[in-house]
Design a protein. Structure first.
Length: 343
């Protein structure tokens, strides 16, 4: 090409049939990622088509995903003449073929990437059926989807989906994926606490999460749900993919208090004294003193000076006035827990 420039120009041709191209502008962080020695795979995701022929209420859009980040893909029109070219050899008759630059496409629009700092919680709550336990019987609709299949239909990175999955304590069991109801979480936590106390496990120290989950399974709850609770309440830096678990004491205290309160129904409120006492009874013995309303600040309202209710009156199908209180699959761990409490 340099020799041609010395001779006064570069031959330029235009193809008869243009190809279809879209120019994609990459932000600097993506360029660095792709130029790294071991670049991660990228994917393009979008919402699945609606199940019926009715138009979707949500606008169609696509995102480009790295393992941990997402970028909205937006098409921007340009008034500039942008051509995609490729080198070719141009021959006329018996002339010697000449190196030529040929325009093979004209791009009138550019695709821009804009970071998406969004939570996957709302999408997961829409996608996952509720897993409820009423009088010892499971009330849930199978969706036949694995976690990976659910993530594939959510237009966010797998890392963002994983974060939302942990936040709502989602889990897989029997070939489907679910989100637990508040009442189910209350029952499962009761089983976890009882089994840990009976076995002498300190939940804020390293313990075999797999073993404790198996004890919970003996009570009739999915072991994978117990593992999901461990992941939700894990201490900072804890590897939740291994056999060992360690729970954050402050997270546990807040989680138990919020769960108990949200499972109650009625705008008139409930006795603060009775609620705090129930909260204490639902914690490991050494943590009873941590049951203080400051631990759930922002999650409750006080209709009167002596009553409490979940903020927004978060009534659900798992309300205490409708469902029995943690009676599902009551068995040997609850019996041993009760005996230990009486000592």
């Amino acid at each position: 090409m340099a020799a041609q420039q010395d001779e006064g120009g570069v031959p330029f041709a235009v193809a008869h049939d243009f190809q279809t191209f879209r120019l994609l502008e990459l932000p600097a962080e993506l360029v660095q990622l792709l130029e790294a020695p071991n670049p991660p795979p990228l994917s393009i995701k979008s919402l699945p088509p609606p199940a019926s022929n009715r138009p979707s209420a949500q606008p169609a859009y696509a995102v480009l995903c790295t393992p941990s980040k997402s970028f909205h893909i937006r098409q921007v029109q340009t008034s500039n003449s942008v051509f995609v070219t490729q080198p070719t050899l141009d021959a006329h008759g018996n002339d010697v073929p000449t190196p030529t630059t040929c325009a093979i496409a004209a791009c009138t629009a550019t695709l821009e990437l804009h970071p998406v700092d969004a939570s996957a919680v709302a999408s997961l709550e829409d996608a996952l059926p509720l897993y409820d336990i009423i009088s010892g019987e499971v009330d849930a609709t199978h969706n036949g989807k694995s976690k990976a299949a659910v993530f594939a239909d959510i237009p966010l990175s797998n890392g963002q989906c994983e974060q939302g999955w942990t936040e709502i304590v989602a889990f897989e069991t029997s070939g489907s994926s679910y989100r637990p109801s508040v009442n189910t979480l209350r029952q499962v936590w009761s089983s976890i606490n009882a089994a840990a106390l009976a076995e002498g496990m300190k939940l804020d120290s390293q313990f075999l999460g797999y073993d404790l989950a198996e004890l919970v399974r003996e009570e009739g709850y999915p072991a994978s749900l117990a593992q999901a609770v461990f992941g939700h309440l894990a201490s900072a830096g804890q590897d939740t993919s291994g056999q060992w678990s360690c729970l954050d004491r402050r997270k546990v205290v807040s989680f138990v208090g919020r769960t108990l309160l949200q499972a109650k129904q009625g705008s008139a409120g409930h006795s603060i004294a009775d609620f705090v006492e129930e909260w204490k009874d639902s914690l490991p013995e050494a943590w009873r003193g941590d049951a203080d309303l400051m631990a759930i600040d922002g999650a409750y309202d006080n209709p009167t000076s002596t009553t409490i209710v979940a903020r927004g009156n978060a009534a659900s199908a798992t309300a205490e006035s409708v469902l029995p209180k943690a009676t599902a699959a009551k068995g040997k761990w609850h019996e041993r827990f009760a005996k230990t409490r009486k000592k």
